[in-house]
Design a protein around this ligand. Structure first.
Ligand SMILES: Nc1nc2c(ncn2[C@@H]2O[C@H](COP(=O)(O)OP(=O)(O)OP(=O)(O)O)[C@@H](O)[C@H]2O)c(=O)[nH]1
Ligand SMILES: [Mg+2]
Length: 304
């Protein structure tokens, strides 16, 4: 059979990843993109803002949005702001990827996510994640699978082990429409970088995210929520990139914990952030990292 123009036309669509915190949304996006585009951690609401990247191959282009996990009850300022992010993104989706962590029991938080999914007219894919740890008697599949009939497709993956990711991308291409590629222009805020990945965060924001991820990794439970990172300058000095950044926190006791005994913690955070930035940029990096008390960073964050 001869191919028509419609057959040749590449597919184009927007996919929004939804799920409660910690289900592995950002890990899944990194697996799809085969590189780190979003930070991850076991802490809830590691992702604080929606971010978009473009996946592209011979089949077409997909704009993926990673969203922060929706929390059921929030009392703090940051949590409240973060909770408004995912609902804002749902309206622009051609497809919703709804992620469930089947290694954990279902809670009220999943119901919030499902509520959001139900309101949308987009196509829907249910993704069971963490099948590497949740197998057989250890999974909570039975608590989730009654929802399957509300979805167009269902798939099980392991984002961290990159299992079934190609299968998932295949399902997405089956569902996305053949739109005019020119409509991608409305996403012009997305910046094209050298290595084909397209990230909506500018580099200062991205560097701040990497530092925040390392802070989450090395700090005790309650501290990360008090933390924000601001990058003041990134100077390219040919042989090395000099970055000046500040970790902001809300109280002196947190500041002490972030610095650690003899500066051990802040050194660990800085060392690991620097190593990762060097790997990513293939350059030497000098990272000047200080800790400051700033009780009002959360309020400023909300105004943005
Ligand atoms: N075992 C296992 N762990 C995973 C998998 N995917 C993600 N994780 C882990 O789950 C934790 C949360 O992952 P994230 O990708 O940060 O989760 P998220 O859904 O983006 O979370 P928020 O940004 O807080 O909403 C991290 O410790 C990941 O390493 C998986 O497939 N298997
Ligand atoms: Mg995330």
């Amino acid at each position: 059979m001869r191919k028509t123009i419609e057959d040749i036309k590449p597919k184009f669509g927007r996919v929004v990843i939804l799920g409660r915190p910690n289900t592995g949304k950002s890990t899944l996006l990194n697996a799809i993109m085969s590189q780190k585009v979003a930070i991850t951690s076991p802490m809830a609401q590691t992702t604080r803002k929606n971010s978009r990247v473009v996946f592209s191959d011979e089949r077409g282009k997909i704009i993926f949005s990673d969203t922060p996990g929706i929390i059921n009850k929030v009392s703090d300022l940051v949590g409240k702001r973060v909770n408004t992010e995912a609902p804002k993104e749902v309206g622009r989706a051609d497809i919703l990827l709804c992620l469930f962590d089947i290694s954990r029991p279902k809670t009220e938080e999943e119901n919030k996510v499902i509520g959001l999914v139900r309101k949308s007219k987009a196509k829907k894919i249910l993704v069971y994640n963490k099948i590497d740890v949740a197998i057989g008697s250890k999974d909570h599949l039975a608590e989730y699978n009654y929802m399957e009939e509300e979805f167009d497709k269902v798939i099980s993956v392991s984002a961290i082990k990159e299992k079934n990711i190609k299968g998932l991308i295949g399902l997405i291409f089956e569902l996305i429409p053949k739109k005019d590629i020119n409509s991608i222009e409305e996403d012009a805020e997305i910046i094209q970088s050298k290595n084909k990945t397209v990230i909506s965060l500018n580099s200062k924001e991205y560097i701040a995210e990497i530092i925040r991820e390392k802070a989450y990794l090395f700090l005790r439970k309650e501290v990360p929520y008090s933390v924000n990172v601001e990058v003041d300058s990134v100077v390219d000095k040919r042989k090395l990139i000099v970055i000046k950044a500040r970790i902001l926190t809300t109280a002196d006791r947190y500041k002490k914990m972030i610095i650690g005994k003899n500066g051990k913690k802040i050194k660990e955070i800085g060392y690991n952030a620097r190593k990762e930035l060097e790997l990513m940029s293939n350059r030497k990096v000098f990272l000047e990292l200080i800790v400051e008390i700033d009780k009002h960073w959360a309020e400023r964050d909300i105004e943005k």
